[in-house]
Design a protein around this ligand. Structure first.
Ligand SMILES: [Zn+2]
Length: 181
């Protein structure tokens, strides 16, 4: 039987989730997050650094930033012989879920508004790129560009709509994954 992929690992594959977590944890956040999960969600910064082939300070910086956002946390244990503390880091999955969900709702709202606007209004543009106006304003110009007098043409919004729909689709995908966490 195939091992089920950790939902967080699936989430990390979505572009806007990657962007969001990179914003919070810095440019190395994604490789660190992935390794922590792959290593059983209980690791020391030294173990992650060794696997990544980077300095331990690089990994520590990511953990500290993620800790600030509540996305990562640690337990510490003391070695009886040496007296040294060992920090074992883990990801707070519930917090990742919460943070991503919040981000997702905001983005979804934004996209829906933009989509509605594209559906509701018809825009006219100058072929030379001088103006982009709604129908009512274009009519006042008698459908001639106020700058170069070229005939204004209806804006083709299909590509824009398709890209919004693709992103909305990714958001719904993420919502389905989040429901499993
Ligand atoms: Zn023009």
């Amino acid at each position: 039987m195939a091992k089920k992929t950790d939902p967080i690992l699936q989430l990390i594959e979505l572009p806007f989730v990657r962007d969001f977590l990179t914003q919070k944890g810095g440019e190395n956040a994604i490789p660190v997050l992935k390794l922590v999960l792959e290593m059983g969600n209980a690791v020391t910064d030294e173990q992650v650094a060794e696997k990544m082939g980077v300095k331990v300070t690089v990994v520590r910086a990511v953990f500290n930033r993620l800790h600030f956002w509540g996305i990562a946390d640690y337990t510490k244990t003391r070695d009886e012989n040496t007296g040294w503390w060992t920090y074992t880091w883990f990801l707070v999955k519930e917090k990742i879920k919460e943070a991503v969900l919040e981000e997702l709702k905001e983005r979804e709202e934004e996209l829906r508004k933009k989509r509605e606007e594209l559906d509701q209004f018809m825009f006219f543009v100058c072929p030379e790129g001088h103006v982009r106006e709604p129908f009512e304003v274009a009519m006042e110009y008698d459908f001639k560009c106020p700058e170069c007098s070229a005939e204004l043409v209806p804006l083709d919004t299909d590509a824009e709509k398709a890209s919004i729909d693709k992103e909305l689709d990714d958001i719904w995908k993420a919502e389905r994954i989040l429901a499993e966490i």
